[in-house]
Design a protein around this ligand. Structure first.
Ligand code: C2O
Ligand code: CU
Length: 519
């Protein structure tokens, strides 16, 4: 079996469908230098740069470090939690929803012992962190899943400051209550604000509506209830190239942005009936770190009576830009700074293009009536952020370079939404997306479905490129229905890296692949 095109000089790997299916089938376990130490059996196959390879250790050893170590234990297990008016049984980290925040400084090493008290295997994934591949927490790709009763010791340097989060990377566990914020502070950040507040947004069903496992089983059985999943969309040729997608001004993500009716939406684990209150002094500046940890819900976020100065997306700095409201897709983060007014104001997250009650927190700088749950502030209909508004800072912009390799990722579905596909295949049948270390790679994502997909790449931040791409760096991007988006990636973190839709159900139904370093 010959695989061409893996050298840094060639532009495009050319593999037959059969070759890549064979590679895909063995790629997950037979990675060179992987934890199992297994090498590819066929000597003519590309040698994949596995999580346990020397290249991974060398990149880690070369990272700038502070020498500080931050140590934690994270216990995943069944828990009974009070959402503020409703007590539910679920799975959580350290028995709280969200789990305890982890805070460190860029260059610190994080050492976390994961203790698995769940009845099924799990892992922790450190969403957004450009860490060493063997600590990325993807079962069977970067580590063995941790069996019930087992433990795993994570240890890695977090190289870049930013707002990150942790969640399981096993099955549909993400849509249970297991998620925590991971804040990596910037020692050089001027910090022109008095207070910092992390807001974790989440859609809730476990212990209330159907469990995520039951919901997934329903989707496998019934699909999206007759809504056609764009079978035959391949025949529609040029439509996939439409730059604007099909979103309208009022529904930028399209008319249907979620598959699952979650009965509740939470901010920091609280229902609107008993919301989290942020107290401040009028005139204070607060930096909010907003994390969308939901399984199936994008949110439109706003704070009544306040403008939002957007300073970071997915942890990466942008030139500050002021808006009234923004949409956070699943897996995305925004840091915004606000100048606190005088009074009590609603902080709201409204499910975007999806039915369901909004999530609420309260910003209070004076006595007075609490905001009424369900009364939505006018800011939600005000100036809405788009990616095109944002510009990278001098530090976060990529230096411009020729593209060494282009890889298409075509998103579609099959069988009425029972299967979600990348390049026509589910994860089990995937064709690896080969890259070589040192390359500048352009991923071109072509959405041939009528749903938006928040596409996430592990271990890297990409730059939004191509027509309309301003070069902002992110790790998760909302790709609108029928839209094409180009992402430039600097291949500087060797290993095997998941790329997938961050709709937990789409991912589980197949919409995942692997960006695979090979030599
Ligand atoms: Cu937030 Cu593959 O993950
Ligand atoms: Cu999706």
């Amino acid at each position: 079996m010959t695989v061409r095109g893996l050298g840094p000089s060639s532009r495009q790997p050319t593999l037959s469908r059969r070759q890549v299916v064979q590679l895909g089938a063995i790629g997950a376990v037979a990675v060179a230098g992987s934890y199992a130490g297994v090498r590819l059996l066929d000597a003519s196959s590309p040698t994949l740069v596995g999580p346990g390879s020397r290249a991974v250790r060398e990149v880690e050893a070369a990272r700038a470090t502070t020498g500080n170590v931050v140590t934690r234990t994270v216990t995943a297990g069944p828990a009974t939690v009070d959402l503020g008016g409703r007590v539910v049984s679920t799975w959580a980290y350290d028995a709280t929803v969200p789990g305890p925040e982890i805070r460190m400084t860029a260059g610190d090493q994080l050492q976390v012992r994961l203790v698995n008290d769940l009845p099924e295997a799990t892992t922790v994934h450190w969403h957004g962190v450009a860490l060493r591949n063997d600590m990325d927490g993807v079962p069977d790709l970067t580590m063995p899943a941790v069996a019930p009763g087992g433990t795993f010791d994570y240890a890695f340097v977090a190289p870049d400051p930013g707002t990150y989060w942790l969640h399981p990377h096993a099955g549909i566990q993400l849509d249970y209550g297991m998620q925590s914020a991971l804040v990596v502070e910037d020692p050089d950040e001027p910090g022109a604000y008095q207070q910092e507040v992390v807001l974790v947004l989440d859609d809730w069903t476990d212990g209330w509506g159907a469990s995520p496992t039951e919901i997934l089983a329903g989707l496998v059985r019934d699909g999206m209830g007759g809504m056609d999943g764009m079978d035959g969309m391949d025949g529609m040729g040029g439509m996939g190239g439409a730059m604007m997608g099909s979103g309208s001004a009022s529904q930028p993500l399209g008319a249907d942005a979620g598959d699952v009716a979650h009965p509740a939406h939470l901010i920091n684990g609280r229902l609107p009936s008993d919301p989290v209150t942020v107290t401040a002094v009028p005139g204070d500046r607060i930096r909010f770190r907003v994390i969308n940890a939901a399984g199936d819900t994008a949110y439109r976020f706003a704070i009544g009576g306040h403008r939002l100065s957007v300073t970071h997306t997915d942890g990466t700095a942008v030139e500050p830009y002021e808006v009234d409201t923004l949409i956070v897709g699943m897996g995305e983060r925004y840091d915004v700074v606000v100048s606190v007014g005088d009074g009590a104001f609603p902080i709201v997250a409204v499910p975007e293009s999806k039915a369901g009650p909004s999530a609420l927190a309260v910003l209070r700088s004076a006595s007075g009536d609490a905001p009424t749950p369900g009364r939505l502030p006018a800011e939600l209909g005000g100036q809405l952020l788009s990616y095109g508004n944002l510009r990278p800072t001098a530090e976060t912009a990529f230096e411009s370079r020729a593209i060494d390799r282009e890889l298409p990722l075509v998103l579609s579905s099959r069988d009425g939404g029972r299967q979600w596909l990348i390049n026509g295949a589910t994860f089990a049948d995937r064709e690896p997306l080969y890259v070589a270390a040192g390359e500048r790679v352009r991923l071109t994502i072509v959405n041939r479905s009528m749903m938006f997909h928040p596409v996430h790449l592990h271990g890297h931040t990409f730059a939004l490129a191509g027509r309309g791409g301003t070069g902002i760096r992110k790790d998760t991007v909302n790709v609108l229905p029928m839209q094409t988006v180009s992402l430039d990636v600097q291949a500087d973190n060797p290993g095997q890296w998941m790329t997938h839709c961050h709709n937990a159900y789409h991912a589980e139904l197949g919409m995942m692949s692997v960006v695979s370093y090979a030599v």
